[in-house]
Design a binder for this molecule. Structure first.
Ligand code: DOR
Length: 428
């Protein structure tokens, strides 16, 4: 099988092939990078007319919902959504039913994903048995079964002794603890950020300190006990400061932010649309600005979707009763290109670091390379494709997105991962 990509604007982090090239991919490997190649017709020949070809994007925070909640998403539909959104790899969170806290479930997900093979699926296993926060899971067995990281996402690891053990195991195994920073004794059942607006709207709120307290505690623990630590979906200006100071102290900490925390805020909650209900909650404009600043100055290492599918009937209830989460695999690239690339906040190299290289490095995975003979692992982005977010057109089984109706400029239009590929009908 040969795929010939003509006139690709290759974005090569190593700098070797940065510019306009023709790429020949044969049986899943990059055979030639030059301009122009000429030669015989091949199975697939596409003139990209200057579209971007970047290292395959990676989402390090996806909820696939399988096993147990396949009506929201399953591994196959999650993979289809990832490919449609431009991701060649994803890491799945363990808050499924059953929870991914045994080697058997880790192997089940990895095997099921291999049946499709279009996208690399990695599994994150639970830190504690059943995500109950009490007893550490069999982290070594889970790691040997293929788990790339550990998280009780949806909940924090609250118990400090359990967290200490988890950090110690994370050093031993070389696999990070991905913390969902939330002091549950403070958030109770609060569903929106505590601010003058949300109190006026009459919503149950949670205070920002809930995130910052756990993050501060974890940084202190990291200092005392070591470990490999990643804070996911950080959402407040003070969280960015906390990570900044920890990094200045050379602590082994990384963090990510979601597109919804970057680009949406709690001003949107006035219509009580539960698609805006996420955890941590959407914060304020000032927080958003601090998060964007955190991306610019390298304090925030990655952008992760927190793709959290929920069925329509679950979301179509009053705000306080709805589950937390919005889908993100198919909106991340559009949002990032619109808000960061076209507004010249970040260049494409920085975006590639945040959406491809760093998430893989944090999880200890190899990064895709534009080398002759290397396995093809790339995403094609049309930076000028203009579109309106219509969730009904998405491949995900769920449609809960706060970006619905928004106009984006820029879209992923295809992926190639080894011998597998997906080209969207947006590729023109
Ligand atoms: O919004 C969220 N949804 N935040 C989480 O931490 C969990 C996730 C989910 O599983 O739906």
């Amino acid at each position: 099988m040969k795929i010939y990509l003509r006139n690709a604007r290759v974005v090569d982090p190593s700098g070797k092939y940065d510019g306009l090239f023709d790429l020949m991919i044969v049986d899943g490997a990059i055979q030639e990078i030059s301009s122009p190649l000429g030669g015989n017709p091949v199975n697939y020949e596409i003139n990209l007319r200057g579209k971007l070809v970047v290292p395959g994007l990676f989402d390090m925070h996806t909820h696939l919902r399988e096993p147990g909640q396949e009506y929201k998403e399953d591994i196959a539909s999650g993979i289809a959504a990832a490919a449609n959104g431009g991701f060649t790899g994803i890491a799945a969170m363990p808050n499924t039913d059953p929870v991914v806290d045994s080697a058997d479930v880790v192997k089940y997900v990895i095997d099921r994903a291999k049946q499709s093979g279009l996208v690399d699926v990695y599994q994150i296993a639970a830190v504690t048995e059943g995500r109950k926060g009490e007893r550490l899971s069999e982290m070594k067995d889970l790691s040997e079964a293929g788990a790339v990281a550990f998280s009780d996402d949806g909940s924090a690891v609250s118990d400090s002794h359990v967290m200490r053990l988890a950090l110690q195991y994370s050093s031993m195994l070389g696999r990070p603890i991905i913390q969902h920073c939330e002091d549950h004794s403070l958030t109770k059942s609060g569903s929106a950020n505590e601010s003058a607006e949300t109190i006026r709207y009459g919503l149950k709120t949670q205070h920002r300190l809930a995130e910052e307290l756990i993050l501060s505690r974890d940084i202190m623990m990291l200092k005392a006990f070591g470990g490999k630590y990643h804070a996911t979906h950080i959402s407040t200006a003070e969280s960015v400061n906390l990570v900044k100071r920890a990094k200045e102290e050379k602590l082994p900490i990384t963090c990510d932010v979601t597109p919804h925390h970057l680009f949406l805020d709690d001003n949107l909650l006035g219509n009580y649309d539960s698609d805006y209900k996420v955890n941590p909650p959407l914060r304020t404009k000032e927080d958003r600005e601090a998060l964007v600043e955190g991306l610019k100055n390298g304090i925030i290492d990655a952008i992760a979707s927190d793709h959290a599918p929920h069925a329509l009937h679950e979301k179509e209830v009053e705000f306080d009763a709805a589950p937390f989460g919005m889908i993100g695999l198919e909106t991340t690239v559009g949002a990032v290109m619109t808000e960061l690339y076209h507004k010249e906040v970040l260049d494409i190299q920085a975006i590639v670091r945040l959406l491809s290289l760093n998430p893989r490095r944090i999880l200890g995975l190899a990064v895709p390379e534009f080398n002759l003979g290397a396995k093809a692992d790339l995403t094609i982005i049309d930076p000028d494709y203009e579109w309106v977010v219509e969730p009904e057109k998405f491949k995900s089984k769920s449609k809960n997105t706060g970006f619905k109706g928004m106009r984006f400029k820029g879209s992923a239009v295809g992926i190639i991962r080894g011998e597998k590929f997906f080209f969207s009908d947006r590729l023109k």
